[in-house]
Unconditional design. Sequence first.
Length: 535
Amino acid sequence: MKKYISLIKACFTSEMSLFIINNKNKNKKQSKAVPIFIYCLIMLCFFAYANMFIDPLKQSNLAFIVLSLFVFLTAILTLIEGIYKTGSLLFNCKDDDLLLSLPIKRSTVLFVRIFKFYIFELLYNTVFMLPVIVAYAIRVDVDWTFYLTSFFMILLLPVIPIVISCIIGVITSGLSSRFKYKNLVQIIITTIFFVGLMYVSLNLQDIIKRLTENASSLNEIITKIYYPAGAFVNLVTDFKVVDLLIFIGINVGLFALIVFLISKIYFKINSRTKSISVVYKKDYKVKTNSVMNALIKKEWKRFTNSPVFITNAGLGLVLYLIMCILVAVNFDMFSGLIASQGFKITEAEVVKYIPIVSVALIAGGSFLTSITSSMISLEGKSFNILKSLPVSTSKLILAKVLSAVLVMLPFIFIGNAILFIKYDFTILQMLLVLAVSVILPLISELIGIIMNLKYPKMDAESDAEVVKQSTSATISVFVGMGLLGLTLYGLFKFLKMYGTDMTLLIITGIYAVILGLLLLYMKNKSVEEFNSINV
């Protein structure tokens, strides 16, 4: 038994942090205090939201609807996090070689993997669900059965999201492992999933309308969609031991079933994901590249070898393309999306001010995409090798910026081509839009590399930790959102005062100056910060 406990402890030492904060000074107290603070802050927010819903519903004796609503919301959040985490917690784990070489049954290794996944998801959904339960207990008269039911709900709430996450993870990893370009297949499958999710979001009003036609209340809709929500409400409002046992039995049975099914194919899939295809060629040609070309190819290879890196960087660009297509093909859906964000625009206005709309879309696609905010941190332990190259530091930094911009430009130019074909642009307007298409991505990626040099994280255990949870990535996203807001405000104000062409000239000029200042900063201050990083 001791060796199994030791095994579980060893497996739980990595990939279990909900919130990871960069800490250059490696202050352990600070590194623990900040995530705990964020954890508590989120719980307080959900506690406040629950109270806001409970108070008005309590007057109509419908406070229990809050429980079903937040159970459903928590399950969705847990499912999204679970799909994201299956790659690092179940498949292609860093300690596979070590664990599988130990005198331990493979079934034990699989159990520890899934148990670790369950504990992570339990901690994750407790952040959202526990404050709601506390708020309900304070605001509504409850008896001891509520606490018993809530205890089992918190324990079993992760089960169905885990089952769905594992199924998607097995399908994604299984399909990708059968192809030579495993990462590419995994990226395509993940992109299809997120595009499908985006489609559901775009048509959410129609979906809700159809659901409401077959249900008399919000509670009925949620309980019909998601069994645990209905079971929880029924147990809270009319507790029966038999219903509680059925609820426990269904969840435990589902968990046991998914473990059994995965055990049949898990190790085959996991071994294939680690396999390496070797291609032998008879003739070899030696090609010489310029220094910048070689550096950009190196960055491109690093980028394409990380599915989580590509997926995170590509979502904003895919969304930009979708918006361009909607403007050209399905304006009603586009106007609906804009209206949902508090803006109203007619098709006649889009036709009249299409160059301004194009710049606004380019700003959204550019400023909401930050690839370079992770590039320095992703070097990890090999950063000193990069520093030792006989290449100037400014060129090393610039190569990362240019490689990121080269990823973005095809998407932006395709979007431009769609709008150029659909609508009428003057030659001057086309040239200014194309200039903005290059300037804004350069600004976005320069900000990303500057932030990453200020807040590097060179000891990350996985790419996901750098791309999703690092300080530099977070700050870059918020700076980009701020610049997007300022751009939209500036476009609106300048348009009212000067007209379309002059607005384009002013915006292009302002951002050209900002680009020059960022390049100057990078050439001086960022070079110093690059040289000061030691691994």
